[in-house]
Design a protein around this ligand. Sequence first.
Ligand code: TRP
Length: 348
Amino acid sequence: MGKTIDHKGFKVMDISKQRVLTGVKPTDLPHIGNYIGAIRPAIELTKKAEDSFLFIADYHALNILRDPKELKEYSYQVAAAWLALGLDPDKTVFYRQSDVPEIFEITTLLSSVAPKGLMNRAHAYKAAIDKNKELGNTGQDLDKGINMGLYTYPILMAADILSVKSTLIPVGKDQVQHVEMTRDIAGTFNHIFGEVFLLPEFYVQEKTELLPGIDGRKMSKSYNNHIPLFMDSKKRRKLIMKIMTDSKLPEEAKNPDDSLIYQLFCHFGTDDAKQEMRAGFEQGGMGYGDAKQMLFEAIESHLKEPSERYVELMSDKKNIDALLLKGAEQARAVATETLRNARVAVGL
Ligand code: TRP
């Protein structure tokens, strides 16, 4: 898989030899925290990899969403967002999970070897159980409200990864366990039936820091402290002006690392501008209003064009459908071969 060992004995990956894959659950429109933490690094990685696959994980979203219109709309929004932010569908195979039925047959094949106990240990399932405990539920009610889709989520995710023979999966820390489970399940299958599946590696990008929201807590739609990716400039400016600060005066010296404005600016400003803001805070003279204006301009220059592209893409959903279907054909070409090998291996 193009790996060598560095002077400390760590594995070093040759990304140019990897097939990168990632899935995005269409349960929300991404915000700038998602962009900095996941979307931008994943798009960068697709440029360095030998080839790459990116899909809208709509069957995963179905474990959560109950409104068909919402599922459809979020799928378009997420697809348009990634395209607007620079995903190149000529270089990356870009598709809807639900357009690749081979994934679901592979899920069934994997289910025959995936240990139930392994599913019991999945973080997402354990978190749902813990929530029920907190609500005072006991016994069988510990599973209250938990659907089988959530329970077997790691098996479907394994099928996503294994079906197209991907080797490198960029993930946030919360998803590492899922890739490890994929290796476990694929390893078990291979051990019993012969070498059918390629074992993937996960890739946690070092810089996937959590972005703070405008109130200082982790940026999240559920806290309503997020900055949307695509919005009208005036509204964006208003939101940025609301970022929480203390009451220090412009001339007072401030610690930039304590400032939400500076923390956000670090991801958008040029090196020179970051230096300028840092020095202005440290020496005094940089007021919060000016700093917010600098932040607004930096975010604007990153997102103005993508915002326009997003609106344009969303105005032609047939075009998005056509792009995704073309990607699905490419994904199916690989997945069909994987499925054929797996079926033959088990005796079907
Ligand atoms: N589980 C991922 C998430 O919640 C989404 C996902 C589904 C995924 N299938 C995948 C990510 C395969 C990487 C590879 O964010």
